[in-house]
Design a protein around this ligand. Sequence first.
Ligand code: ADP
Length: 499
Amino acid sequence: MTNQKQIRKLLIANRGEIAIRVIRTAQEMGIRTVAVYSEADRTAPHVRLADEAVCLGPAPSAESYLKMDDIIAHCLRLGVDAIHPGYGFLSENATFARKVKEAGLIFVGPSATAIEVMGDKISAKNAVTAYDIPLVPGTKEAVEDVAIAKEKAAEIGYPILIKASAGGGGKGMRIVEREEDFEEQMERAVSEAVSAFGNGAVFIEKYIQSPRHIEFQILGDQHGNIIHLFERECSVQRRHQKVIEEAPSAILTEEVREAMGKCAVDVARACDYFGAGTVEFIVDNELNYYFLEMNTRLQVEHPVTEEITGVDLVKEQLRIAEGKTLSLKQEDLTIKGHAVEVRVYAEDPTNNFLPDIGTLKKYQSAGGPGVRMDDGYEEGMEVPIYYDPMLGKLITYGNDREQAIQRMLRAINNFQVQGVETTLSFCHFVLEHEAFRSGNFSTKFVEEHFSPELLASQDKGAEQIAVALVAKLMQEAETAKSSGAKTVAKTSKWKNRIR
Ligand code: ADP
C-alpha cells in the first residue's frame, strides 16, 4: 500500500528556469518552497522567489548543486517534506533518490530502481524485452573486444553508431560509416565514455539515416496507472542535443500516434514507473519507430505538452509523489492546438554553437498572446561558465502549427539580448526555413540546411531593412518638421540582432 503524505514544504534541488518553474506550481498549490543556490547564483531570481533559500557552497556543481548529503541535511533541519530535483544535476541519480527516501523524505520522481534500469541504455533495452517494443537493430550487451565488436558491426551493416551505455547529453556517441574506421572510432567512444561517465561500456546500433526524434510524455502514479500525454517532436538538434521542440509532431498519423503512445506506456510499465517520464523514439521516413531510451524526470521541453493538453506536469508530479492517484484518464486527454519551444542558449550559432559567457547588458524577453517565457535570468546578471548555458525557453501556442510558428517569429523579433551571443537568430532561421515549415526535416537539419554564412546573410538582409527603415523615418521626420507635426520613432524589430 502506498503511503499518502501531503507535501507542505518542498526543496528544489536545482537552479535557473526549472527551479522557478517548480516554485511557481508549488506556490499555486499552497506548498512552501526552499531554494538552494551556489555562490555564483546568490542574486538569481529563483533564490528570491522561494520562501527560504540556502547556500550550498562555491560555484562548481560538485561543490554545490551535487552535494547530496548537504541537501538532505538542510531538508531535515528546515522541516522539508519533499525534494524536487528538476532536470540535470541529481535528477537521474539513483543513489540520491535512495538517500532521500532513507532520510524519510519524498523524492519527487520515480523509484531508485526505475532510475537505475532506465539510466543505462543497455539495461533499458533488456528491461523492455518482455513487451513488444521495436528496438534499433544492435547488440544486446556491452561490447569490449574490438574484434568481436567489428564482427557485430558487419552483421548489423554500416553505417553504425557506437554508443556509451551510460551515455547522456549526446556524449560518447560515434558514427562509423566504413569498416576501416571502426577501431579508431571505437577507441574514441570508449575513452569519451570513461572520461564523461566513468564507465567505458559501449554498444553498437544501426545508424538510422536522417531520423526524427519523437518522444512521448508519460505520467504514472504509485497505484499502477500509467497514461501518455502525446508526443513532442525534437528533431532540430545540434551536437545530438535539442534546440527546438514542438507538439504535436507535424508528421504522425493518428494510427501511429496511438501505437507509439501504447508502446511508451509499456516501456514505463516494464520498470514499474511512477512520476513524469519521457520515452524517446527515433522514427524513420516510413514512420517506423524504434525505442531509444527513457528519461526518468521532467524534460526541458515539457511546456509544449502542457500547452497542448492543459495539464500542469509539475502539479501532477507533486500529486503522484504524495501518493495520490492520477487526476486524469487516457480518454480525458486530447490535443488542442499546437505549441513550439525554442531554447535560448548563450551560444554562438556562427561559431559552432560555442557556449558564450558574459553580462546580460540587455535582457528583455517577449510576451503577448500565446507567448510563455520560462527563464531563469534577468538583465544585469552574469551568465556563469559553470552550468548549462541555457538562459531560458520561449514557448508559443497557437490554434494550429502555422499560428504557433508565426507567434514564435514575432516573439523572437521582440526578444532583446545584449552581452552574450544566443541561439535566437538560429531559431529564427529554422522557423522561417522551408524544410521546417513543410514538416519535412530530420535530426540532420543543421547539417543539411544551416551554415553560419546563411545566418550572416540573413542578418545582412535585416541590416539593409533597418538602414532603409531609418532612412524612411528620417525622411518622415523631416517632412513632419516642415509641416509642424510630431513623429514618434518606432522600435526596430531587428534590434535584437544588434549587439
Ligand atoms: P543521449 O542520452 O546522449 O541524449 P540518445 O540515445 O537520446 O542519447 O540520442 C540522442 C540523439 O542522437 C537522438 O535524438 C538522435 O538524434 C541521435 N541518435 C541516437 N541513436 C541513433 C541511431 N541509432 N541512429 C541515428 N541517430 C541516432
